[in-house]
Design a binder for this molecule. Structure first.
Ligand SMILES: Cc1cc2nc3c(=O)[nH]c(=O)nc-3n(C[C@H](O)[C@H](O)[C@H](O)COP(=O)(O)OP(=O)(O)OC[C@H]3O[C@@H](n4cnc5c(N)ncnc54)[C@H](O)[C@@H]3O)c2cc1C
Length: 470
């Protein structure tokens, strides 16, 4: 099964006539682009070069009023909608063929309430933009590892990141949101107003509405922290991975350590760990020492005091926009020796030097939240394991996709059975259920209340619950 939607040949959409969007054009302040307009091709492009969809129109929204107009228009016309913020969706859900793309990427306003330590952020912000604005005040909240990712999709799926073991997921720090609902009304979700909606936004993906403003709790971070890359040669990788697994099992919440199997600068396979300690530099030196001084010693140790914002964007060159990507993921509760053997053996057969296997460390504060407290339920995981296939030439699609699937399949026996919704492709209903786990039923009930016609189905979709006869 592909993890991006099948690329249908361009076919005539019943919404292709030039005057179909005249009403919306008149109502919205933002620019409406159709295939005839300059800028359409640029605007429809997503991060994953495997995705090539052609919406009938793209509304580049300027605010909640535009979003509400677009939602009402699409609902009345029974037109498919896709909601795009950062455009980093791996599956390509933030675009659609022949429907309306509600494009929030121009909405980048951000304000900081220093007294309350809150950020009010619009959905078009990318992580690097958000982090930069917060770090001017020595503040941050949990965001992901690639500065080019959108805060919106990331937060709505959960939001794993380098501060999460200390401060919780991005969605745990989301304390309120402004949301455009499927009927075009604008509402607020917070602990006081519509708390059930807030529950569903914290990990339920884009199923319940379009978020036009996120309010996050902030924490003092940096601006200088201790962190950087440790790297082992392939001959030492097996023992290094074992040492890494032992280190992570007892590491304090302040430590993040992302393990990666990748092709090194000299073209040889290596094992690397990207470290971060959030706290005082001296404490960081002590906390990271067991890994830095492990046997075998890393071939390269770049751990040093570094700007938090720089560390957050350090991996960006590895994930350029437009390249071909395919990945699948698993949550792991542990990293036993047998799993390490599988990862190493599979990486030795990787067809593309651009591909990687990532081990994103979770646990800590994430695991101290009950699984049903938010729609994100995977609180028991220790790692998210992601075979990331990445290549350039479309002729090599099959080999690279097969490699990622092969790693994933052989790792099934070590997995919890859960999957992070934001790493999910088009993998079928069972995997969507696995993504929402114990919370699927409550999400379906909320969907029936907030979006009974399933207008927002361009996501890991939870169909509305069907009412049963009394
Ligand atoms: C290179 C790379 C690194 C990543 N690293 C991490 C990581 O460290 N941690 C992590 O948690 N995730 C990570 N991810 C996954 C990432 O969280 C998802 O791809 C996420 O969906 C990106 O958000 P976006 O706004 O860019 O997505 P988009 O493509 O714009 O949207 C993704 C989904 O969210 C919906 N959506 C977007 N905005 C809204 C909105 N405002 N209201 C309602 N629904 C909306 C869309 O309809 C779509 O279904 C990574 C992804 C990539 C490609």
């Amino acid at each position: 099964m592909p993890n991006v939607l099948p690329q249908a040949p361009a076919r005539a959409s019943r919404f292709a006539a030039p005057d179909v969007f005249a009403t919306l054009r008149g109502q919205a302040a933002g620019t409406l682009l159709t295939p005839a307009d300059a800028g359409y091709d640029e605007a429809r492009r997503l991060w994953n070069g495997m995705v090539d969809k052609r919406p009938a129109a793209i509304l580049r929204c300027t605010g909640a009023a535009d979003v509400a107009a677009a939602v009402r228009f699409a609902a009345t016309a029974e037109m498919p909608v896709a909601v795009r913020s950062g455009g980093h969706s791996i599956s390509g859900h933030s675009s659609c063929d022949g429907g309306l793309m509600i494009d929030l990427s121009m909405m980048k306003a951000i304000t900081v309430d220093l007294e309350q330590r809150l950020a009010h952020a619009e959905p078009g912000l990318l992580l690097a933009e958000f982090d930069a604005a917060m770090q001017m005040h020595g503040l941050a909240t949990t965001m992901g590892i690639n500065g080019d990712t959108g805060i919106a999709g990331l937060t709505l799926g959960g939001g794993l990141g380098r501060l999460a073991r200390k401060h919780g997921l991005a969605c745990d720090n989301l304390i309120s949101a402004e949301v455009v609902l499927a009927d075009g009304s604008v509402t607020v979700a917070s602990e006081r107003e519509n708390p059930d909606l807030l529950w569903g936004l914290r990990g339920g993906g884009g199923n319940l509405g379009v978020v036009t403003r996120f309010t996050y709790r902030l924490h003092p971070v940096g601006p200088t922290v201790l962190g950087g890359m440790l790297l082992w040669s392939w001959s030492d990788a097996r023992e290094a991975m074992r040492a890494y697994a032992r280190f992570c099992a007892v590491a304090p919440d302040e430590v993040d350590a992302i393990g990666v199997l990748l092709t090194g600068p000299a073209g040889d396979p290596v094992f690397a760990v990207s470290t971060l300690h959030v706290g005082a530099i001296d404490d960081g030196e002590r906390a990271l020492a067991p890994l830095r001084q492990a046997t075998p010693r890393p071939r390269h140790d770049a751990v040093a005091p570094v700007a938090y914002a720089a560390l957050q964007s350090a991996a960006d060159p590895m994930f350029p926009r437009g390249r071909r990507y395919y990945w699948k993921s698993h949550f792991l509760a542990a990293l036993p020796d047998a799993a390490i053997d599988v990862l190493m053996a599979r990486f030795e057969r990787v067809p593309s030097p651009l591909s990687k296997i990532g081990l994103q460390l979770v646990g800590g504060a994430i695991s101290r939240v009950p699984p049903d407290a938010t729609a994100y339920g995977h609180r028991n995981a220790a790692w998210d394991c992601i075979p990331i296939a990445s290549w350039v030439d479309a002729a090599e699609d099959a080999a690279n996709i097969a490699w990622s699937r092969g790693v994933w399949e052989e790792m099934c026996s070590f997995a919890t059975g859960g999957v992070y919704v934001n790493n999910l492709g088009e993998e079928g209903e069972d995997r969507v259920r696995a993504a929402y786990g114990v919370n699927h039923g409550r999400l379906a009930a909320l969907k029936a209340r907030y979006d009974p016609a399933n207008l927002f189905r361009g996501n890991a979709n939870v169909p509305p619950a069907v009412a049963t006869a009394p």
